[in-house]
Design a protein. Structure first.
Length: 364
C-alpha cells in the first residue's frame, strides 16, 4: 500500500512537471483584441500590379515623293531621307527621281506621289491650267546656274540657231532659258533648237557638250565645273541677268493640304531639319552630294558644297509670291495664258506658319 501511494505521488509530480513545460498559447494581436466583437478583419492588401511594357510607338505614315533634277538644291531632301529626319516627324518617305516637270506633275495629279520638288518657273504654266497644284516650301533662294557653251560661242546673241540642251520641253531649264533669251533679242519659240537630253541628271548635259551633240546648256555646280574641265566655257551667270527666280519649290495638291494637314507639316519639317543639317555639318552635307549626285572628285565636291551652303539655301523657306509674280510677268510675253494666273492662290504659307509657331524655324 505504501508503494502504491509513492507511485501515485510520483505520477502527480510528473503530470505537474509536464504541465509546467507546456508553451503558453499564442495571444491574438493587439488590434484584434481591441476590435469589437463581431467586427470583420481588415481586408488583405491588393496584389502588386502586373509589370507594364512601354507603349509601342505609333506607326509611321507612308508617303511617296519625287524630285525632278539631280542638283545640290535637293540636298536637304536627300539628308532628310538618309538620316531619318522625316521619321522623327512620323513619316516613312519613299523618294523617287522623276525627270522633268511634265512627268513630275503627271505623277502628282495621278496620285502616284503626294509631294514633288520642281522648278518654280517650269511649274507656273501647269498651275495656270490646274490651280489645285500648290507650292508651300522653297529652300532654293537664289540661282546657281551658269550658261555653259562650246568654246567658239563668244556672245549671248550667238545662241540664235544653236542647239540648247534641256531634259524635256517644258522643264525647269527650258523655262529659265526661255526667260533669258529675249534679253538678247532671241525668240525662244522660233530661233533656237531645243534638244532633249533625258535622265534628270545634269551630267548628261556635260556628256552632250563634250560629244558636240548640243551647243549650250544651263548648268549648276558641280556639272558646270566638269564641263569647263572638258573645254567648254561660261557665257553668263544666270544670277547676273537680274531676272526673277522661281527657285525649286515643293508642291502638293490643295486638297492634300486640307485633308492631310499634319502630313504636309511633317514633310516640311523634315526638309527644314535637312537644311539645318546641310549647313551645320559639312561632312554629312558632302556625303549626301557624293552619294546622290555621284560626286567623286574632291575639288568638285568642295566647289558644290560651298556654292550652296550659304544664302542659296533658305533657312526660312517660304515661297516668295512677289518673286513668282515677276517670273510670271517675264514669261507671259511668250505664254499669254499666264496673265490670268493669280499666284497668291497657288501658294500656301499656312504650313510654314504652323511650324514657325512650334519653334521649328529659325527667327527671321
Amino acid at each position: 500500500m505504501r508503494v502504491s501511494l509513492v507511485a501515485y505521488a510520483v505520477g502527480l509530480l510528473l503530470i505537474a512537471a509536464c504541465a509546467a513545460g507546456t508553451a503558453p498559447a499564442a495571444r491574438a494581436p493587439a488590434e484584434d483584441t481591441a476590435r469589437p466583437a463581431g467586427a470583420r478583419p481588415p481586408p488583405a492588401p491588393p496584389p502588386p500590379p502586373p509589370a507594364t511594357q512601354a507603349p509601342s510607338p505609333a506607326p509611321l505614315t507612308k508617303v511617296r515623293a519625287a524630285y525632278a533634277v539631280v542638283s545640290a538644291g535637293v540636298a536637304p531632301v536627300w539628308l532628310a531621307l538618309d538620316h531619318g529626319l522625316w521619321q522623327k516627324h512620323g513619316l516613312e518617305v519613299e523618294l523617287t527621281l522623276i525627270s522633268g516637270a511634265p512627268n513630275n506633275v503627271a505623277a502628282l495629279l495621278a496620285g502616284d506621289v503626294q509631294f514633288i520638288q520642281n522648278s518654280g518657273d517650269a511649274m507656273l504654266p501647269f498651275q495656270a491650267r490646274e490651280p489645285n497644284i500648290t507650292a508651300f516650301l522653297n529652300t532654293s533662294a537664289s540661282s546657281a546656274h551658269r550658261m555653259i557653251v562650246q568654246p567658239d560661242i563668244q556672245r549671248p546673241e550667238e545662241l540664235r540657231g544653236k542647239r540648247l540642251g534641256v531634259f524635256t520641253l517644258g522643264d525647269g531649264n527650258y523655262a529659265l532659258i526661255s526667260k533669258a533669251l529675249p534679253l538678247f533679242g532671241i525668240n525662244p519659240e522660233r530661233e533656237v533648237l531645243w534638244t532633249p537630253v533625258g535622265g534628270g541628271n545634269m551630267g548628261g548635259f556635260v556628256g552632250a557638250l563634250a560629244a558636240g551633240a548640243i551647243d549650250a546648256a544651263l548648268l549648276t555646280p558641280p556639272t558646270d565645273l566638269a564641263a569647263l574641265n572638258n573645254g567648254a566655257k561660261v557665257l553668263f551667270n544666270y544670277a547676273d541677268l537680274g531676272l526673277p527666280y522661281g527657285g525649286l519649290p515643293v508642291y502638293t495638291l490643295r486638297n492634300t493640304l486640307e485633308s492631310q494637314r499634319t502630313v504636309a507639316e511633317a514633310y516640311a519639317a523634315g526638309i527644314i531639319d535637312g537644311v539645318r543639317l546641310f549647313k551645320s555639318d559639312a561632312q554629312l552635307g558632302k556625303a549626301a552630294l557624293q552619294k546622290w549626285a555621284q560626286l567623286t572628285d574632291p575639288a568638285a565636291l568642295d566647289w558644290t558644297y560651298e556654292a550652296y551652303r550659304g544664302d542659296r539655301v533658305a533657312d526660312r523657306p517660304y515661297v516668295d509670291v512677289a518673286q513668282l509674280e515677276q517670273v510670271k510677268e517675264a514669261m507671259a510675253t511668250e505664254q499669254p495664258e499666264l496673265r490670268d494666273l493669280q499666284v497668291e492662290r497657288v501658294v500656301d504659307r499656312t504650313v510654314l506658319d504652323a511650324l514657325d509657331r512650334r519653334g521649328l524655324l529659325p527667327p527671321p
